[in-house]
Design a protein around this ligand. Structure first.
Ligand SMILES: [Zn+2]
Length: 88
């Protein structure tokens, strides 16, 4: 198995999640993160696999950035307000 030269950082995952949450087009996400659209979509699919399927939209989540629990106000949101404001 080839080494993964494009291992995703938590930061990149969070940024992609935010952009998807704000309905950013894939080519823009791709350019912003330095991955191909295909890589972004594949990563996003993997991230979705890891999400519990039965949770309501308004729910306690653990922040991907700092690990603290927070109330998510978006279906895909997994970054607390503090990390969201620091992410850019
Ligand atoms: Zn956080």
């Amino acid at each position: 198995m080839a080494a993964n030269r494009h291992a995703w950082s938590v930061e990149a995952s969070c940024k992609m999640e935010q952009m998807i949450d704000t309905q950013t087009p894939w080519p823009v996400i791709s350019a912003a993160l330095g991955y191909t659209v295909k890589q972004c979509k594949r990563k996003w699919e993997r991230m979705q696999w890891n999400l519990p399927q039965h949770l309501p939209e308004d729910v306690n989540r653990t922040c991907l950035g700092c690990g603290k629990p927070f109330i998510a106000d978006g279906k895909y949101l997994r970054l607390c307000p503090t990390c969201r404001s620091n992410a850019w």
